[in-house]
Design a protein around this ligand. Sequence first.
Ligand SMILES: [Zn+2]
Length: 216
Amino acid sequence: MSNIDENAQGKEMGLTTCPSCNKLNEQKQTHCTRCDSPLMVRDTTSLQKSWALLITAAILLIPANIYPITMLTDRGRIRHDTIFTGITHLVQSDMFPIAIILFTASILVPLLKIVGLTIYLTAISFRLPISKKMLMVGFHIIEWIGRWSMLDLFVISITVALVNMGQLLDAKPAPAATAFALVILLTQMAAKVLDTRLLWDRLESKDDKNRSTKSR
Ligand SMILES: [Zn+2]
């Protein structure tokens, strides 16, 4: 074992993992020997796909915040609320905990996800001189934020339940709801399509100042 470089990647050893079942396959194979999924040593087009999805999500964030997201019918009067007016309305009604959850789920989480992914993709695409440690932290933050995506659905169901049951109003989603749902979907997809092995390549590349030199 002593002659094996501890930083070596499967790519250098002629091995690659299956994207579906994670089985180690030899690079000469075109399809996984276990589940028959197509194998790719590195999906370099994944960077472009990820950028395209991310930029679309960032653009859709504008209509999601400008246009009304809910339409309330209160005794014949129709009231439109954007994400922002919805939150201020909750604050004015002394519903702080729900206002905080709504702010986190509909403004903070999508924004952090887009900013985080942008930094991450920029670092890989333009080989920014960001330290290995920073990139690793960023990667884990994006993964961690991704787990909170279901919070949006939770908030929407709670809001609708509160409005429909408590105040006897009729709440319906308005145009921005579609844009908002697309933002969530597209940021999830942008993170999903990216081949994270490209980051490990970047971290282990020879021109990286942070590469450990003890083994060569
Ligand atoms: Zn497989």
